[in-house]
Design a binder for this molecule. Structure first.
Ligand SMILES: NC(=O)c1ccc[n+]([C@@H]2O[C@H](COP(=O)([O-])OP(=O)(O)OC[C@H]3O[C@@H](n4cnc5c(N)ncnc54)[C@H](OP(=O)(O)O)[C@@H]3O)[C@@H](O)[C@H]2O)c1
Length: 262
């Protein structure tokens, strides 16, 4: 019997999805196949997931996840030929219309933009259905993406903004972490202590923001006493235009995503 799902590309994101699908009980290993031309990637997958079907050539399956780099995505999709009728693509910047054009007529495409915290099951993805995707196709794609994090359904016209906010977003947070760790060292802390304080602060603040359900401005005001230390720091951040730098950074990333998609 054909496997339930073929993961096309066993790189970082493809492997993260396989790990999520297996640990989330979406399917047993023998119901999942991964195709990757790279022998080293195949060996790694076989040793990490005994029972997983790992091949160097595409096999027919009930559906597929396309997780190859954008420059080879359309050719790879065309090479799947008639063996697959439903595809979830996580390829950055490639529209559902272009994906559909690379497939057999009537094939179903759902497009998603996940982010790297998916590697530890803590990603956030936005997804959009192509022209022939039904409610059941969207539920199928959502079920796959949910094994590596949370999922938001959005019309496709928003995916460049999504790419700029959450696709590239981990890089903005890592940049802030780097700077804060260096700042702790400048203020006299060891690198190890500064790193632990920064990571704990980022994790705790994100959880508080999520669980308190308040908006970030309210939470920030609650740690800013009149004439206090936080007020002194926030004054410098505003003077240095950190807020508008983030707004401009996201606008630049969204524009770049639009250019790459053309
Ligand atoms: N990383 C992210 O944060 C992120 C976020 C959202 C979306 N994405 C998207 O996810 C996709 C995959 O990214 P990644 O970081 O996982 O890339 P990656 O680590 O380079 O993985 C891609 C894998 O696909 C393999 N491959 C190449 N041609 C193939 C073919 N014809 N059939 C099957 N497999 C093939 C590659 O093998 P070789 O190495 O031998 O070429 C590689 O092992 C990209 O399109 C990216 O835009 C990534």
């Amino acid at each position: 019997m054909a496997p339930r799902l073929l993961v096309v590309g066993g790189g970082r994101m493809g492997s993260a999805l396989v790990a999520g699908l297996l640990s989330g009980g979406w399917a047993p290993p023998e119901d999942l196949a991964v195709v990757d031309p790279d022998a080293e990637a195949r060996l790694r997958l076989v040793s990490e997931h005994p029972g997983l079907v790992v091949t160097g050539e595409p096999v027919a399956a009930e559906g597929a996840v396309l997780a190859v780099k954008p420059d080879v995505a359309e050719a790879t999709l065309a090479s799947l030929a008639g063996g697959i009728s439903r595809v979830l693509s996580i390829v950055a910047g490639l529209s559902t219309a272009r994906l559909e054009a690379a497939m057999a007529p009537g094939a179903v495409v759902v497009r998603a933009m996940p982010n790297t915290p998916a590697l530890i099951g803590a990603g956030v993805s936005a997804m959009s259905g192509g022209g022939s995707a039904t409610a059941s196709d969207l539920a199928w794609a959502e079920g796959i993406l949910e094994t590596v994090g949370t999922v938001i359904r959005l019309p496709e016209r928003y995916l460049d903004a999504v790419t700029a906010v959450s696709g590239s977003g981990p890089a903005y947070v890592f940049l802030m972490a780097e700077a804060l760790i260096d700042a702790g060292i400048t203020a006299g802390l060891s690198r190890d202590v500064s790193r632990r304080l920064v990571v704990g602060t980022l994790l705790g603040s994100a959880r508080l923001l999520d669980e308190a359900g308040s908006d970030p401005a309210t939470l920030r005001a609650s740690v800013t006493s009149p004439g206090g230390t936080t007020a002194a720091a926030v004054r410098v951040l505003e003077l240095k235009a950190v807020r508008s730098a983030l707004i401009e950074a996201v606008a630049a990333a969204a524009e770049r995503s639009r250019q790459l998609g053309r």
